[in-house]
Ligand binder design. Sequence first.
Ligand SMILES: [Zn+2]
Length: 432
Amino acid sequence: MTELAEHPPVLDQVLRRIEDRRDDLVALTQDLIRFPTVNPPGEAYRPCAEYLGERLRRRGFEVTYVRAEGSPGDCDAYPRINMIARREGSRPGPCVHFNGHIDVVEPGQGWTLDPFAGTLKDGRVWGRGACDMKGGLASAVIAVEALLDSGIDLPGAIEISGTVDEESGGYGGVAYLAERGWFSRPRVDHVIIPEPLNVDRVCIGHRGVWWAEIETKGRIAHGSMPFLGDSAIRHMSALLGRIESELYPALARRHSDMPVVPEGARQSTLNINSVHGGQAEGFEGLPSPLVADSCRMIIDRRFLIEESLEDVRAEVGEILTSLKTERPGFDYVLRELFSVAPSMADRDGPVATAAARAVRRVLGREPQFVCSPGTYDQKHVDRIGKLRDCIAYGPGVLDLAHQPDEWVGVDDMVAAAKVMALAAHSLLTGRV
Ligand SMILES: [Zn+2]
């Protein structure tokens, strides 16, 4: 028998139910967009979390709200409110958890539509967070509701969470919850995060991050006699020269087993976020006639599963040490600002396999396994929760995230909801 022939008719019913709920899916996405959950500062978290939580409570979920007290940004004006809903099945079994972040980045300039109206136009829902990732969260809710309404006997448990602060690192969201056991066995076994990675892609992980600030030191002197001082900007320029001639070519040569998309990110990358050197201009923009005694640069290094954080540090450290020996007067301070380890789930693991099979079934296409160029909450599930069976799968075009006139396609949301329902069914029942 083929895989398709084994597909029980009751699952076709689930798929039809999702199709029938297209309007409900659109309305839910619109409602979520209308909560302006802008982060920072963390606007409207409570009403958005409660809106989701109350909907799920009415469907028989046990709902818990967890405020991430003491996490960055948490205060009475902007409480970090997370919602976790759990529904037990007919008997013990695995738990499938759908996690979506409810925060969005600020709308910024360039919108032709109201970013918080949730306009439906041309088969798309528009607004800040439409694709990243309220459309995905709404699809997961509809998927689960359709599965429950079908009356299929489901063992185990289903969880849906709406968490905060993903856009600022997830400390008041998934990290906070993971530290308290919400994303670990035996409570949870499989996690699907409906981030916008495109509807036929199964995202198994992301690259690592290392942010650092490097300051070169100089000696201040009168600008008319620079030879009496020592310019921190010239020292920085020497460092930039070495990065350009040595580090960039080395990074470009490095290849990865990680299927990162887009193609340009399938290697180590380094962005120079900013360089600030010398004294600020004085009144009316008149320059201060001084030799720069300090120059600071912020770097953003993204690294691969094949590299360790130690290697990444050492590579920059070696350039700095060699400049220090070769270049008279070269002195620096390096401050590490932030780091995240790369994360990659097993592409033959249960959740990736179940999602891939569901993509084939629903879309009739071979799914692509990908990794994300940037990080998302999978890092906390993996590192803190010690749960490796986690993927990102959801509707929406990755490139539209954080852009003006963000949208999510209604057909894509419906398809993603179907994939999520089939994947959850197979993970819970162990049936293909
Ligand atoms: Zn996101």
